[in-house]
Design a protein around this ligand. Structure first.
Ligand SMILES: Nc1ncnc2c1ncn2[C@@H]1O[C@H](COP(=O)(O)OP(=O)(O)O)[C@@H](O)[C@H]1O
Ligand SMILES: [Mg+2]
Length: 233
């Protein structure tokens, strides 16, 4: 196994605020890592650093050279365009010729069940449809390293299950490494192989998924324990 991602002593500072502090994370190919922690703990910042969207203030970030990354954002930013165009653009920016991009985009939309509304304006979609569209756009890029920021937040239970089913299918079918943030601990259990618990920009726990949920975290990590109790209760 080789490392797809390596963060070494990474800090990110916004003004006087440290969003990440001394973060060390190494991810091997095929791992599915969940980022959990309260709002503001640094999950989105870590994802953006891993995707190369944000420069670190301190430390070092490296991504394997044979990795194709795709990220889906917490609040998908919909272009003023059709559903189809939204996916085509992603491919076109990646260097795919327009005609091929069209074909692959339609395949991706079929995969998430949006093919019938391919011509609709992306901004008229429901929250669940937008999340599925963001997944289709990421999926169309045929990545082997996928980054997802709260892929099912703000969805109703039905849409949540639908998006999660797509995700589970995706990771089962392809050799992908997955780094995702989530507040849904059931989802973390179902999708992740490993859990990283962040608090105030620091990694407080980094454990295989079973160990994270089964160990008496309370002794070593009282905050993580409270977090879990709050989320599960
Ligand atoms: N662009 C930014 N400018 C200033 N502060 C930011 C910016 N992005 C994030 N932060 C701050 O950094 C901290 C971590 O944010 P974030 O990574 O979004 O947390 P999470 O995703 O876990 O909710 C928060 O305190 C947030 O307010
Ligand atoms: Mg966030």
């Amino acid at each position: 196994m080789s490392a797809v991602l390596n963060l070494r002593d990474v800090s990110v500072q916004f003004g006087a605020h440290l969003a990440l502090q001394g973060v060390n994370v190494s991810m091997q190919a095929g791992e599915r890592v969940a980022l959990v922690g309260a709002n503001g703990s640094g999950k989105s910042t870590l994802l953006r650093v891993a995707h190369g969207l944000l420069k670190v203030s301190h430390g070092h970030v490296s991504v394997a050279t044979d990795v194709t990354q795709a990220m889906a954002f917490q609040r998908p930013h919909m272009l003023r365009s059709s559903v189809l165009r939204f996916v085509v653009w992603g491919l076109w920016l990646q260097g795919t010729p327009w005609r091929d991009a069209h074909v692959r985009a339609m395949q991706a939309l079929e995969r998430v069940g949006l093919q019938d509304i391919a011509q609709r304006s992306a901004r008229t979609l429901s929250g669940g449809q937008q999340q599925r569209l963001a997944l289709a756009r990421a999926w169309a890029l045929q990545p082997n390293f996928v980054l997802l920021d709260e892929p099912t937040s703000s969805l109703d239970p039905h849409a949540k299950r639908e998006v999660e089913r797509l995700l589970a299918e995706w990771v089962a079918a392809a050799e992908v490494s997955l780094l995702f943030s989530s507040h849904n601990l059931g989802q973390v259990k179902r999708l992740a192989t490993r859990v990283i618990y962040l608090e105030a920009g620091r990694v407080l726990a980094d454990l295989p998924v079973d160990a994270f949920f089964n160990q008496p975290l309370g002794e070593s990590h009282p905050e993580a324990h409270l977090f879990l109790k709050g989320e599960l209760g």
